[in-house]
Design a protein around this ligand. Structure first.
Ligand code: SF4
Length: 390
């Protein structure tokens, strides 16, 4: 597989969605343009260590096909019923089976692995960080350091060796945390940053997930060549290129990583995800996925062909409607880890923004309301304020 980054296009895509987010333009002015953190109750937010523990455990489930807001709701329910589940000291005294029973009853999906991660990560948090996820951030001033501290090192000799070369902090085999790959490093940094707990703030890439794949591949920010017509799957090789591009943008444009994360995720969710162009019909599921070829489209995957009017609230008014080439449904990715695609249906006849879509900006509901997140505060903070105090 070969992953080709079209740097200018990548930058233009990120800049476009971030500008729209900053100016509260469609789709970011829709009532549903909210992030799941707004579900966190204020009593939890009042205790910073408890709040950090909540996100620390929540990251275990920020994977697979579960909708983010569902994860928040279910874990908040678990917190109401079994508060011990979010206290690493108490979790360490339980058995994996007790954790599994709670997760199986309330969530179900992958409860066995999640229980193992929950238990092991609690032990490591207690043994190495005083049971406080915020201690992991102590002295952390850059993304590279986060990548050294969070990922699990017990899996491979290569990772252990890499960690040992990186410094003295990690040398044993129970370093880092289960389930914390590079996507999850970004995820925990993003959540803690959103809550104002990342001090000092520093640039980090947004969590590279399906939504990033979709928006960048559909708009040819990334081209992927596969061997022998094999389908494109989630891969660290692709994610790594996306992370590098996003981080490069954040550093060069002095963009707020929270805004960039929210913008990319919400745009894909509210625009591409709601478009009928990304819906497949049943008989099409039998069709083999086609490879993504650089420069041309040879998709065999048939996607529903909605009428222009059916696209009038998504692709038809999308800021990428002239450049976006592919429709990429979410279902095959979440079911099989495959990025299927087809040429995006044209939108001829729908060129006008429906009335009421571009109303004047109002306060966005994705902001935490803390001064720390208001631009341009971040840029001066990174450069001039090593302690990150506001
Ligand atoms: S044109 Fe449609 S599929 Fe393409 S980026 Fe816009 S909403 Fe998504």
């Amino acid at each position: 597989m070969e992953v080709i980054v079209h740097k200018k296009r990548m930058t233009a895509i990120i800049r476009t969605v971030v500008d729209r987010k900053n100016n509260n333009q469609h789709p970011f002015n829709l009532p549903q343009a909210t992030v799941p953190q707004i579900l966190v109750p204020e009593d939890l937010r009042a205790n910073k260590v408890e709040l950090a523990c909540f996100y620390f455990f929540l990251c275990i489930y920020m994977r697979g096909g579960i909708v983010s807001k569902t994860v928040f709701k279910k874990l908040l329910k678990i917190r109401d019923e079994n508060p011990w589940m979010f206290d690493p000291f108490e979790v360490s005294t339980k058995s994996e089976r007790e954790i599994w029973q709670v997760l199986r009853r309330r969530i179900g999906w992958d409860a066995e692995n999640a229980a193992r991660f929950w238990f092991e990560n609690s032990k490591r948090l207690v043994n190495h960080w005083g049971g406080n996820p915020l201690s992991i951030l102590d002295g952390m001033t850059n993304y590279e350091e986060a990548c050294r501290r969070f990922p699990n090192k017990s899996g491979s000799a290569r990772k252990r060796s890499k960690a040992s070369h990186a410094g003295d902090l990690f040398r044993s085999s129970d370093e880092g945390f289960f389930g914390y790959g590079y996507k999850m490093v970004s995820m925990i940094l993003y959540f803690l940053d959103w809550e104002g707990l990342l001090k000092p703030r520093f640039p980090y890439p947004s969590p590279a997930d399906f939504h990033h794949y979709r928006i960048f591949i559909a708009n040819r920010g990334l081209s992927i060549k596969t061997n022998n017509g094999r389908s494109v799957r989630y891969s660290e090789e692709i994610s790594e290129k996306i992370r590098a591009s996003v981080l490069d943008f954040i550093k060069k444009e002095r963009a707020d990583p929270v805004i960039v994360s929210d913008a990319l995720w919400l745009f894909s969710l509210l625009m591409c995800g709601e478009s009928l162009a990304t819906v497949r019909s049943d008989n099409e599921i039998k069709t083999s996925p086609a490879p993504l070829l650089d420069g041309r489209v040879e998709a065999k995957v048939a996607i529903a062909q909605p009428s222009p009017m059916q696209l009038s609230r998504t692709c038809g008014i999308c800021c990428f409607r002239e450049s976006c080439e592919l429709a990429i449904p979410a279902a095959p990715y979440y079911r099989k880890g495959i990025i299927e695609h087809a040429p995006r249906p044209t939108h001829s006849g729908v060129t006008e923004m429906p009335r009421g879509y571009e109303h004047s900006p109002r306060a966005t509901r994705t902001e935490s309301g803390q001064e720390q997140f208001l631009l341009p505060g971040l840029t001066s903070k990174i450069e001039n304020d090593p302690d990150g105090d506001t």
